[in-house]
Design a protein around this ligand. Structure first.
Ligand SMILES: [Zn+2]
Ligand SMILES: [Zn+2]
Ligand SMILES: [Zn+2]
Ligand SMILES: [Zn+2]
Ligand SMILES: [Zn+2]
Length: 359
C-alpha cells in the first residue's frame, strides 16, 4: 500500500491550491478540520454452476460419441470452471452405458394425417356466388336448377330481365337465358376443388399419413441419460464510503485518482495488506463462498480521500486524494454555501412573484 497522505501533505496541498504555498502549518493552527473518507470500489464476478440430469431423446440412430461421458453421480464428475469467470457456458455429458436405440412404436415412421383424419382429402366449398348476377336469376328460364322455374307471385313480368347479353344455359340448354359469367350456375367455379366439394389434403398431399416427428420417419429413437453443467457469471459490487461523496468528487477521483488495485482469484486469497479495517469488515460477508460457486475474480480498488474544511473559507469543502503526480485538490461548495445560494434563489423567486403580483 502506498504511503497514506499525512495531514501535513493534505494541508500543504490545499495551501498551494488556494495560492498560499508553504502555509500548510498555518492552516492547521487556524483550525483546519480533516475527515478521512477512504474510498473502496469492490467488484466480484462469481462463476455459478448448476448441474441437472434428464432423459434425452433424438430421432433415429444418434451418435453420442462426440459428447463427454460421466459415471455415477453427475455431482461428483469434475468439470473445469471457465478460465474467465465472466464467461457463460454449458457442458453436455452422457451417462456411461445409458445410450439405447429402440423402435419408436409408430407405424414404420409414419403417423395418420391429423389434418384430414387419414382420408387424404378435405371437404371444400363449391364456388362462391357469381359476381355478375350475384346468384339471383342466373338463368331466366330455370334459375340454375335445370327445371322450369315456378312463377313467383311477386315476380311480375316487369322484373323479367331482357334477353340482351344472355347466353345459353348449361343447366337447361335454353339459348339467351343465362348469365354470361356463370352460364346459369349462379356461382363461379371453385378454383380449389373444381366444384367437386372435395380437395386434396395439403398436409399429406393425399397420402393419408405423414412422417412421425419423434423418430424423424425412421421408426427408431435414441435415448440416453444426459447431464448438463451450466456455468454462468453472477456479479456483486460494494462501494464505500456508504454515504457517497458528491458526484463531482466521484467523477474526478475516477478520472485522476491513483487507485490501488488488487485482484483475488480464489475464495481463500487473503485480503490485501493495509485494507481499511472498516472496509475489511464490510468486505468479509460479501466475499463469503456462495452455494454453487466454482470460481471467482474479485477486483478491489482503493483510494484515500479526505474532506477538509478551513475557517478562512467556510464556503468550500476541499476534497484531497492522491493523483498520479501528487495530491489532487477539488473544492466543492460547502453545505452552508449551498444553503445560502438556495436561500438567495428562493428570495429572488419570491421577489419576482411579488413584482408579478403587483404589476
Ligand atoms: Zn337455364
Ligand atoms: Zn352469373
Ligand atoms: Zn372447392
Ligand atoms: Zn392429410
Ligand atoms: Zn416414430
Amino acid at each position: 500500500m502506498a504511503d497514506p497522505l499525512s495531514e501535513d501533505d493534505i494541508l500543504e496541498a490545499i495551501a498551494r491550491h488556494i495560492g498560499r504555498p508553504g502555509q500548510g502549518p498555518q492552516l492547521r493552527r487556524t483550525g483546519a478540520d480533516i475527515s478521512r473518507l477512504p474510498m473502496l470500489d469492490l467488484r466480484i464476478v462469481r462463476c455459478m454452476e448448476i448441474r441437472t440430469t434428464r432423459q434425452e431423446t433424438r430421432p433415429g440412430t444418434y451418435d453420442t460419441s462426440g459428447l463427454p461421458v460421466y459415471e455415477g453421480d453427475l455431482q461428483d464428475h469434475p468439470v473445469e470452471p471457465p478460465k474467465d469467470p465472466a464467461v457463460s457456458r454449458t457442458v453436455q455429458l452422457v451417462l456411461r452405458g445409458s445410450v439405447r436405440t429402440l423402435p419408436c412404436g409408430c407405424d414404420d415412421g409414419r403417423q395418420p394425417c391429423s389434418r384430414c383424419r387419414a382420408k387424404g382429402k378435405l371437404r371444400c366449398d363449391i364456388g362462391p356466388v357469381c359476381p355478375a348476377c350475384k346468384g339471383e336469376e342466373p338463368c331466366t328460364w330455370c334459375d340454375g336448377t335445370g327445371e322450369r322455374r315456378r312463377k313467383r307471385a311477386t315476380a311480375g313480368s316487369a322484373r323479367e330481365k331482357p334477353p340482351a347479353g344472355r347466353t345459353t344455359c348449361v343447366k337447361c340448354r335454353k339459348p339467351r337465358t343465362a348469365c354470361p359469367e356463370c352460364l346459369g350456375r349462379g356461382t363461379k367455379k371453385c378454383p380449389q376443388c373444381d366444384d367437386t366439394g372435395f380437395r386434396v389434403c395439403p398436409v399429406c398431399e393425399g397420402e393419408r399419413s405423414t412422417e412421425h416427428t419423434p423418430c424423424g420417419g425412421t421408426g427408431l429413437v435414441t435415448l440416453w441419460t444426459g447431464g448438463s453443467v451450466r456455468q454462468a457469471p453472477e456479479r456483486t459490487s460494494l462501494k464505500r464510503p456508504e454515504q457517497a461523496p458528491p458526484l463531482r468528487v466521484r467523477q474526478q477521483t475516477g478520472r485522476a485518482g491513483a487507485w490501488e488495485r488488487d485482484i483475488l482469484t480464489s475464495a481463500g486469497d487473503p485480503l490485501p495488506d493495509g485494507l481499511d479495517p472498516a472496509h475489511a469488515e464490510a468486505v468479509e460477508p460479501v466475499l463469503a463462498v456462495r452455494q454453487g460457486e466454482v470460481a471467482r475474480r474479485v477486483d478491489i480498488a482503493r483510494l484515500q480521500l479526505a474532506a477538509v474544511t478551513i475557517p478562512d473559507d467556510p464556503d468550500h469543502v476541499f476534497y484531497v486524494f492522491p493523483g498520479h503526480d501528487g495530491p489532487q485538490v477539488l473544492p466543492v461548495w460547502s453545505r452552508r454555501r449551498s444553503l445560502r445560494v438556495a436561500a438567495v434563489v428562493a428570495g429572488v423567486v419570491v421577489l419576482v412573484l411579488l413584482v408579478v403580483a403587483l404589476v
